[in-house]
Design a binder for this molecule. Structure first.
Ligand SMILES: *Cc1c(COP(=O)(O)O)cnc(C)c1O
Length: 424
């Protein structure tokens, strides 16, 4: 099978009689002509459905959108409107969420090394809770208490010793981790004691997050059991079980749905007699499949007996995941979606690095040439949010499409933006 697995496309995708992909009722080549390439196209209906599915599975304000997966004002507002809370992992993410009009008490603050300023901002704004990651952070919160800032509700991040089967760089629950208080060596219990005795914080719960892009729901069930065993005797009101649900990126991959994830996690909690309010923090599973990235091909280089390179007008600056994790993607021509993809090519970007790869070994339609559009599906998570200005490329715009309307929610950067911080 060389044709594009259509289930990887955003929810409202349809194919016109002439083979052109439509998302949100709009033809993708028209979007490329209007907004230029590279372009992130997000299906707003898809985003809203995933948010609602998470809320249905876990409850109103028990599904906390992990904004680091994809954040702009429109996304923050959308997730909040659909009944999610927002998890921010830096002062910058907090600033964007607040600028979007999301109330501070819908925000939870994460991070393994929050600065005094970030914590001060969180306490001053009045976030719902701070997820405390270290003793130094408790020291900082005590310092802020002495400054007279309000006493924050805090949740302690615990590393439960559960190994999620995913890429090492995004596996966070094992004992050897920079995150949180270790359960096995007693650090977690000691942190609970300290937080309970401190007048600078109000301890309301414990938290774990075992990693990202996890496909095996039993990893989540095991983490839930370990955390429940630790948390129940503490009789705290909140148990936060993190995010990390995986998504299929290429044909042949399958992941549990948010609904299935919810069933497994909540069943595990129920069977452990958990009475705390259980919440989770999905990021990728909300946004990844909602978007495609549309590029224009600039060079097709055939190396006989070696391979074919297809160079597009973006690259590792708009999607660093292949470089970081060796992640796989599909590629397709959005103006001939149903064509067989009989060719093979390495899809690369325009950066000055041999490692600048978007798809290592892609099935592509025959006869690709300069000027053609090429798109990658499932780029809604950790693409735009990890984008950089490497080689001083301007970061692509983000357009939300819905019911025949295209709404530009992040404009393309321009050369002036590249000089915004230069002083002379
Ligand atoms: C990254 C992260 C998430 C979201 O992970 P996804 O894989 O995008 O679902 C949730 N919670 C914490 C603490 C995280 O660091």
């Amino acid at each position: 099978m060389t044709s594009l697995p259509l289930h990887l496309l955003p929810a409202t995708s349809t194919v016109d009689d002439d083979g052109v992909l439509c998302v949100g009722g709009l033809r993708v080549p028209d979007l490329a002509a209007t907004f230029g390439t590279p372009l992130f196209v997000y299906d707003e209906v898809h985003l809203r459905r995933r948010c609602r599915e998470a809320v249905d599975a876990f409850g109103h304000q028990r599904a906390v959108y992990a904004t680091k997966a994809f954040l702009c004002k429109a996304m923050a507002r959308l997730a909040y409107e659909e009944g999610m809370l927002l998890d921010v992992a830096s002062g910058g993410e907090m600033h964007v969420a607040l600028a979007a009009g999301v109330p501070a008490d819908a925000l939870t603050l994460h991070g393994n090394n929050k600065s005094l300023d970030e914590l001060r901002m969180a306490l001053h704004e009045g976030v719902r809770y701070v997820v405390v990651d270290s003793d130094e952070e408790l020291d900082r919160l005590e310092m802020l208490h002495r400054e007279g800032l309000p006493v924050p509700r805090v949740v302690l991040r615990v590393t439960p010793g559960v190994h999620a089967h995913t890429h090492e760089y995004i596996s966070t629950g094992q004992d050897d981790s920079k995150f949180g208080f270790n359960l096995a060596n007693g650090a977690a219990a000691a942190a609970v004691d300290r937080a309970r005795r401190s007048s600078a914080v109000e301890l309301v719960g414990v938290h774990s997050h075992i990693g990202s892009n996890v496909f095996a729901v039993d990893s989540f069930a095991r983490a839930a059991e370990v955390m429940a065993r630790f948390a129940e005797p503490l009789e705290l009101p909140e148990l936060v079980l993190g995010g990390g649900l995986g998504v299929p990126y290429v044909g042949g991959e399958e992941a549990p749905t948010l609904t299935e994830w919810g069933r497994v996690v909540l069943d595990a909690c129920r069977s452990m007699g958990v009475t705390a309010r259980v919440s989770v923090e999905p990021g990728r599973s909300i946004v990844a499949a909602a978007a495609i990235t549309v590029y224009t091909v600039g060079v097709v280089k055939h190396l006989p007996g070696v391979r074919t390179y297809v160079a597009v007008d973006g690259g590792m600056s708009d999607n660093p995941r292949p470089v970081l994790y060796g992640s796989g993607y599909e590629a397709f021509a959005p103006d001939r979606v149903l064509d067989p993809r009989a060719g093979r090519a390495r899809v690369v970007g325009k950066h000055c690095e041999s490692g600048d790869v978007l798809v290592f070994d892609a099935a592509v339609p025959d006869g690709l040439r300069a000027g053609d559009l090429l798109a990658t599906p499932v780029t809604g998570a950790y693409g735009h949010s990890m984008a950089s200005n490497y080689n001083k490329l301007t970061r692509p715009p983000v357009v939300f499409v819905r019911d025949g309307d295209a709404r530009l929610v992040v404009r393309r950067e321009n050369y002036e933006d590249l000089l915004r911080c230069d002083l002379d």
